[in-house]
Design a protein around this ligand. Structure first.
Ligand code: ADP
Ligand code: MG
Length: 212
């Protein structure tokens, strides 16, 4: 089956040119099925196995919603581990290369506090991090999520397995209620369904089982 092109979506020409320069021309199945919904502003639940291209799907969505001129945290991506958060931050920076001066800040547990506090004082457009550390910065009043328009839970199943429910609830309580929610997960157990129902209304659910 021929895969659809990124250029068939409503992504900006700057993002499309950058995708082409990265060698991203055709969308993977999960991207083809979720990106148009994401770009239309819908809440989306995307289920697909590792390597299916979930990161670019939500990252292009949050970059599409971003106002670079406004130097406030507008997108938050929560990941289960430091390694995953670092990988996502790298991918977002790569995809954002076309758009100048986007600041992506990683806030992960296990990393020293001092530099994170300094970076938070300087500000960021996008935060990627792990639940416990984000919660800690919120509780200390170092991070405001008042202007978040895109909220992403990546590998949501693993976050619940790791017992991050309370931290996630704290983070959600700090986000504006009018926001786009994107939840990505390799599996979809009942606990994830409950979480999705709790945070989203009328979400579109996409499941991709193929290797694409
Ligand atoms: P997942 O989060 O679903 O496990 P990733 O988002 O990490 O998967 O993607 C796996 C790999 O595929 C990454 O190296 C990424 O750069 C690459 N990739 C994603 N989408 C595309 C695409 N449309 N074209 C080419 N490579 C892609
Ligand atoms: Mg992933």
């Amino acid at each position: 089956m021929t895969q659809p092109l990124f250029s068939s979506t409503s992504l900006s020409s700057a993002l499309l040119d950058n995708l082409a320069s990265l060698g991203y021309h055709t969308m993977t199945d999960i991207q083809a099925q979720t990106l148009p919904l994401i770009l239309a502003g819908k809440d989306v639940i995307g289920q697909g196995k590792t390597g299916s291209g979930k990161t670019a799907a939500f990252s292009l969505g949050l970059l599409h919603n971003l106002n670079v001129k406004r130097f406030r945290v507008q997108a938050l991506v929560v990941c289960p581990t430091r390694e995953l958060a670092d990988q996502v931050a790298v991918e977002i920076r790569k995809l954002a290369r076309a758009v100048h001066n986007i600041k992506v800040l990683a806030l992960c547990g296990g990393a020293p506090m001092g530099p994170q506090i300094g970076s938070l004082e300087h500000g960021a457009h996008i935060i990627v991090g792990t639940p416990g550390r984000i919660e800690e910065h919120l509780r200390k009043g170092r991070l405001s999520l008042d202007e978040v328009n895109t909220f992403v839970l990546d590998e949501a199943d693993r976050m619940l397995e790791m017992g991050f429910e309370e931290s996630l609830q704290c983070i959600i309580d700090h986000c504006p209620t009018a926001r786009q929610n994107l939840l990505f997960s390799a599996t979809y157990p009942p606990k994830i369904e409950q979480l999705a129902q709790h945070i989203m209304k009328d979400a579109a659910k996409v499941t991709v089982e193929a290797t694409h």
